[in-house]
Ligand binder design. Structure first.
Ligand SMILES: C[C@@](CO)(OP(=O)(O)O)[C@H](O)COP(=O)(O)OP(=O)(O)OC[C@H]1O[C@@H](n2ccc(N)nc2=O)[C@H](O)[C@@H]1O
Ligand SMILES: Nc1ncnc2c1ncn2[C@@H]1O[C@H](COP(=O)(O)OP(=O)(O)O)[C@@H](O)[C@H]1O
Length: 291
């Protein structure tokens, strides 16, 4: 195989709880992750000359070792002493620095792709073990679907799939640093922990309304203080008939869960018309796991 086309799918967090801080600065979390059908298109092409050539449609993204896709390729090519090289093209659609794991998902796709392309014979588990050195969310992005993520996000337990529904994703034009959000949460006492077990119950019962009503994200208060636009978008989603609306990850992306496509489309239009976000998408959940 000399050329591969891969879809790197984004995620939302249906629930995100922070349990405490570790000595290394990372946080123990308890999160319900969900893959959505909003993706970056990745093309990997083999070439004779050694090295990694990276390019992307977004001029402001790094194309060197600071790019997670580059680091993912380098990790496997160094370990397996691959003498030839690869060209990687990232066609980005997942909003950047948004709480949707765009970079982690790119890294996951590249690990998966290089393993196949060069017949390295690594299992999904073995790829996930390597992935965590690139980012806490990378193992999950390799696995995909509905998952309980614990530890720093790398201890994964598959959950029953999220029932079919429409997801409206809105990324306001501000960028958030994940590191900063986690640092700020340290100085707060978390008064209300989200009902992660309630979300899991809802998934077991296949009840979208229950899942949506139990959603919660402890990082939301930190990011909202800085960017009140997040609350404004949530409000428009609620008024537009969302079963629930919440910030994803460290933000600032807000997603809303809808059971009717017409309502989802209307809410998306309202958010755009109100000038709260330009990057607004109506999409579905994606439940298939990588094998
Ligand atoms: C908040 C979440 C929720 O899914 O997603 P995003 O908002 O990034 O999408 C994740 O926990 C983000 O995971 P990821 O973005 O892969 O994290 P990393 O690159 O490993 O770490 C970025 C920074 O976040 C902090 N970090 C990350 C994960 C964790 N469990 N505890 C932390 O304290 C660390 O300070 C680290 O320097
Ligand atoms: N492949 C990549 N796609 C997007 N951002 C990347 C990538 N590689 C490195 N980055 C850097 O990582 C930062 C966070 O990106 P991203 O993964 O989109 O965040 P988040 O996980 O919060 O959605 C960006 O500011 C960007 O400079």
């Amino acid at each position: 195989m000399d050329k591969m086309e891969l879809k790197a799918l984004g995620k939302i967090n249906l629930g995100l709880d922070v349990l405490g801080k570790r000595p290394d600065g990372y946080h123990d979390v308890r999160m319900v992750m969900q893959t959505i059908y909003l993706y970056d298109q990745i093309t990997i092409t083999k070439r004779k000359e050694p090295g990694i050539g990276l390019s992307t449609n977004l001029f402001y993204l790094p194309v060197n070792e600071n790019n997670l896709a580059y680091r993912a390729a380098k990790l496997l090519m160094d370990e397996f002493e691959i003498r030839s090289g690869v060209d990687i093209f990232l066609e980005k659609h997942i909003p950047v620095a948004a709480g949707m794991a765009g970079g982690s998902s790119n890294a996951a796709a590249v690990l998966y792709g290089i393993n196949r392309m060069f017949d390295l014979g690594l299992s999904t588990e073995e790829l996930m073990k390597r992935g965590v050195s690139l980012g806490a969310d990378v193992p999950y992005c390799i696995m995909r679907g509905t998952v309980l993520a614990e530890g720093i996000g790398e201890i994964l337990t598959p959950l029953p799939p999220m029932p079919r529904c429409q997801i409206v994703v809105a990324k306001p034009p501000v960028s958030v640093s994940t590191k900063m959000v986690y640092e700020k949460i340290d100085s707060r006492r978390i008064v209300e922990h989200p009902d992660i077990d309630g979300i899991i119950e809802g998934l077991k019962e296949g009840d979208v309304t229950k899942i949506a009503s139990r959603m919660g994200n402890v990082l939301e208060q930190v990011t909202v203080e800085e960017y009140p636009v997040i609350d404004k978008i949530k409000k428009l989603m609620d008024e537009g008939g969302a079963k629930g609306a919440m910030m994803s990850g460290s933000g600032p992306t807000v997603f809303g869960i809808f059971t009717e496509k017409s309502l989802a489309k209307k809410a998306a239009l309202k958010i755009r018309e109100a000038g709260l976000a330009k990057q607004v998408y109506v999409t579905n959940v994606h439940n298939a796991r990588r094998k």
